[in-house]
Design a protein around this ligand. Structure first.
Ligand SMILES: Cc1cc2nc3c(=O)[nH]c(=O)nc-3n(C[C@H](O)[C@H](O)[C@H](O)COP(=O)(O)OP(=O)(O)OC[C@H]3O[C@@H](n4cnc5c(N)ncnc54)[C@H](O)[C@@H]3O)c2cc1C
Length: 382
């Protein structure tokens, strides 16, 4: 009963999309998630299909452009709404940040040339786009049309579609051990149960190192802890997602930092982030300083907002590798242990990447140079 072609561990964007594509291609799949589906970092995110913030190489631009297109028909493909809709993104550059204005102007040219239209707006145009935004100290903004969806709906749409193709999905089933014989993981232990499969795929986001370590394998995944919150439904306030061009400068290398980003969601709530802490601990907590400083940023940029209620706040780890590229492929040392984690612009790319990951696991031809993401690149550096 407990024998599968592939066991996927982790019910976030990467795990659920890979499980769906594996099942669709004919693999017998088991998905194991420690808590609820989307209870990790996927259920903590802003739901943006980001298009303009990533690396500018050809492969990344292709994945953004084509992944973005797939979102336009994804609800139809999966048979459930993801609530995806196009929405503008205004990336604010502040006065005195001439270096960011220059780099975003260059980025806008490269993105537009690659089919991702991006333009630089002066402060007057920013104010016209967002009449209620406090533009004191704002020089202008980079603007692209991206999109936003409900991350829980995206995950559940994938899960339900995977089930229709025969996948078995077990929530509240944390993997606690691997049994290894020779070069193979022969069973996955979750509590009192044991499961076997030809391939075991660890897709646990920031928790990936804790799971691969059960097989004695270290992966160079690091994380920061990020906090965000959602407000009660509010009268219309903003027309676009708004963020700051100095986000990465602000948080980079700091023990604690606060930046600002806000997205409007369908029912009128605002999803607002982020306070970031550098920590080795993997936790889901928020801090009083984080939530209050992010709320103060919201009040600064929207002074007419007045009082608002936060209906939920959360913290989750955000994972990344030393070279800020994803880590996807077979892990060295064992013949059947695979991993996929640390994508950038994960939501935008996941409809494509889930399919490529499934093909790679099934040892079918993948039409992009997937070896670029291989964990072996880190083994080679040691
Ligand atoms: C505040 C915030 C805003 C963000 N906004 C965006 C955005 O707008 N757009 C975007 O693309 N990205 C955004 N991100 C990043 C995005 O959320 C992540 O890239 C993405 O969720 C990672 O997905 P994942 O599947 O790799 O990991 P996760 O969603 O973390 O999934 C891993 C799963 O593995 C499970 N797991 C762990 N250990 C075990 C175990 N032993 N056994 C079984 N299961 C286990 C966990 O419970 C978890 O559910 C944001 C992140 C944050 C924190």
């Amino acid at each position: 009963m407990n024998v599968y072609d592939v066991i996927v561990i982790g019910g976030g964007f990467i795990g659920v999309s890979s499980a769906y594509h594996l099942a669709r291609l004919g693999s017998r799949v088991l998905l194991l998630e420690a808590y609820d589906i989307a209870s990790g970092t996927s259920g903590a995110c802003s739901g943006r299909t980001q298009v303009n913030e990533g690396h500018l190489d050809d492969l990344n631009l292709f994945l953004i452009r084509e992944g973005y297109k797939r979102h336009q028909t994804l609800s139809e493909e999966l048979g459930m709404p993801t609530d995806w809709h196009p929405l503008g993104y205004l990336c604010l550059v502040k006065e005195g940040q001439d270096h960011l204005w220059t780099s975003w102007s260059e980025r806008a040219v490269a993105l537009s040339k690659a089919g991702i239209p991006t333009e630089m707006l002066d402060v007057k145009s920013v104010q016209e786009a967002e009449p209620k935004l406090n533009t004191d100290g704002v020089m202008g903004a980079a603007f692209s049309v991206e999109g936003v969806l409900n991350p829980f709906r995206l995950c559940y749409a994938y899960v339900e579609a995977a089930k229709r193709f025969g996948a078995e999905v077990r929530a509240y089933t944390p993997v606690t051990a691997f049994e290894i014989e020779g070069q193979r993981v022969v069973s996955v232990v979750a509590g009192k149960e044991r499961f076997s499969a030809g391939v075991v795929a660890v897709m646990c986001g920031a928790w990936t190192p804790t799971v691969t370590r059960l097989a004695g394998i270290e992966v160079p995944i690091q994380h920061t802890a990020a906090e965000a919150f959602i407000t009660e439904p509010l009268p219309p306030l903003i027309n676009n997602t708004i963020g700051l061009a100095d986000f990465y400068e602000t948080i980079h290398g700091k023990g604690k930092a606060v930046s600002f980003g806000v997205s409007p969601h369908l029912e009128g709530s605002l999803l607002v982030g982020e306070a970031v802490t550098m920590t080795s601990e993997l936790h889901r907590r928020v801090t009083s300083w984080g939530v209050s400083l992010v709320a103060a940023e919201l009040a600064h940029y929207f002074p007419t907002l007045g009082h608002f209620s936060i209906i939920r706040s959360w913290g989750r780890p955000t994972s990344f590798t030393p070279d800020e590229e994803p880590i996807i492929g077979w892990l060295p040392g064992l013949d059947n242990l695979y991993t996929a984690s640390c994508m950038i612009e994960t939501i935008t790319k996941v409809p494509l990447m889930g399919e490529y990951i499934a093909q790679d696991i099934r040892q079918e031809r993948v039409s992009i140079p997937f070896e670029r993401f291989s964990p072996l690149r880190f083994a080679a550096q040691r």
